[in-house]
Design a protein around this ligand. Structure first.
Ligand code: C6P
Length: 402
């Protein structure tokens, strides 16, 4: 029972979970680590001399050190715990953006972005008079490096892009894009929400300025995430949230700030969540990246083959470099209806615009059905998906009954 939630029936059928990209299922070890904290160590961090508070603080800061190592950062002050990718990107957009953007500047993102890496930039651009520019997507669901290179120019202040698209699975050449931007002195941010459970991240090797991810997509809990930033840049950021734990000295008139990382972590943090994140790192590392990558690639190839053999299915996006995400539509069928018929057979996948409405508009659709794979999926489950899809299509009159 490594993943307790997977051992259940839904609508009288064994649950098959293909919605990893929305949120991953949690291994027993993650659940236990969080329960243990609440049962034995529950106390606030950085505030008490008493035993429990010290234990909680130690676990919280050990989790930070583990995260530093996990992503190849250099210093604990470079890892800020947030509530997730969305909060991390908003923090950079608000704090870095307020200090560095002015009228006429450009912020560059790609046409593949999740709303979390689009809306915060729209908001800060509106406030500062900067312009948001979008690197176009082609019909395969890819963004070409030539287009990126062309659009990075003297007015661009930051290039913020997703490493892996949540809607299509496109893997972008993150190393190359960071290098191109830095050659022109442009700051970089990577949205790594869909990367963190699937391949190793080394921020030092990437050279990126900011990188964001959420614990819940890497089999950790919801409500906790990370903002990585180069120390030299984070040191220049003004906090956007004020309160407890982020101050050095407070008078009725004014306040001074604590050192990093606390300056950017106002209020009681999600202590149990951070402990769960730490357990999720242990879990992924105990399996090993080569095993994870081999397994997911095998599942992806098999799923592409099986779904590709159903003539009614039209893939949306056919990127040459793809992670374990497959988006598709059946012409004349609403993704929601197909998702409902699959759910009736115990199969969980996501339907809709996947928080990437502009990308859906690019393809002239309102949404897709999205299969997202993880190491706990099996080839047999993909066979079940194929059967369930054919059954659903038959029910909708899209396949002749035999
Ligand atoms: N994508 C999906 O079903 P939060 O919600 O803050 O943990 O993550 C936001 C986010 C940012 N960037 C990318 C690339 C993402 O995939 C997500 C979350 C989920 O695709 C939920 S919308």
């Amino acid at each position: 029972m490594e993943f307790p939630a997977l051992h259940q029936k839904v609508n009288d059928a064994p649950l098959v979970y293909f919605d990893h990209a929305a949120t991953a299922q949690k291994p027993r070890k993650v659940i236990d680590a969080m329960t243990r904290y609440y049962e034995f160590d529950n106390a606030n961090v950085h505030r008490g001399v008493h035993h429990l508070s010290q234990r909680a603080t130690r676990a919280y800061e050990e989790a930070r050190m583990k995260t530093v190592r996990f992503i190849g950062a250099e210093d604990p002050s470079e890892v800020i715990f947030t509530s997730g990718t969305t909060a991390s990107i908003n923090l950079v957009a608000q704090s870095w953006g307020s200090a560095h953007l002015q009228a006429g500047d450009e912020v560059l993102v790609t046409g593949l972005e999740h709303h979390a890496n689009l809306v915060p930039w729209q908001m800060i651009c509106t406030r500062t008079g900067a312009h948001l520019k979008i690197v176009p997507v082609n019909d395969l669901g890819e963004v070409s490096t030539e287009s990126v290179a062309q659009m990075l120019h003297s007015k661009t202040r930051i290039f913020a892009f997703s490493w892996i698209s949540n809607a299509l699975g496109t893997i972008n050449p993150a190393h190359e894009w960071v290098r191109l931007a830095h050659e022109k002195g442009i700051t970089t941010l990577i949205d790594a929400a869909q990367v963190v459970a699937h391949q190793p991240i080394d921020v030092h090797n990437l050279g990126v300025d900011f990188l964001c991810f959420s614990a819940h997509k890497m089999m950790g809990p919801t409500g906790v995430g990370v903002l990585y930033g180069k120390k030299s840049i984070l040191e220049t950021l003004e906090p956007v949230v004020g309160g407890g734990d982020m101050i050095d000295e407070v008078t009725y008139e004014k306040s001074t700030w604590a050192d990093l990382p606390y300056r950017l972590e106002a209020g009681t943090p999600n202590i149990a969540g951070v402990i769960g994140l730490s357990a999720a790192i242990d879990f992924l590392e105990s399996i090993g990246w080569s095993n994870i990558e081999r397994r997911e690639s095998e599942l992806l190839q098999y799923a592409l083959l099986k779904l590709g053999s159903i003539p009614q299915i039209r893939f949306i996006g056919q990127p040459n470099n793809r992670a374990g995400v497959i988006s598709f539509v059946v012409d004349g069928v609403h993704p929601y209806d197909l998702g409902t018929l699959l759910d009736e057979q115990g199969i969980a996948l996501r339907t809709g615009h996947h928080c990437a409405q502009p990308l859906m508009h690019h393809f002239g659709i309102s949404g897709t059905c999205r299969v997202s794979l993880a190491l706990y999926n099996t080839l047999e489950e993909i066979d079940q998906l194929e059967k369930a899809l054919i059954r659903a299509l038959r029910l909708m009159g899209k396949v002749q009954a035999q």
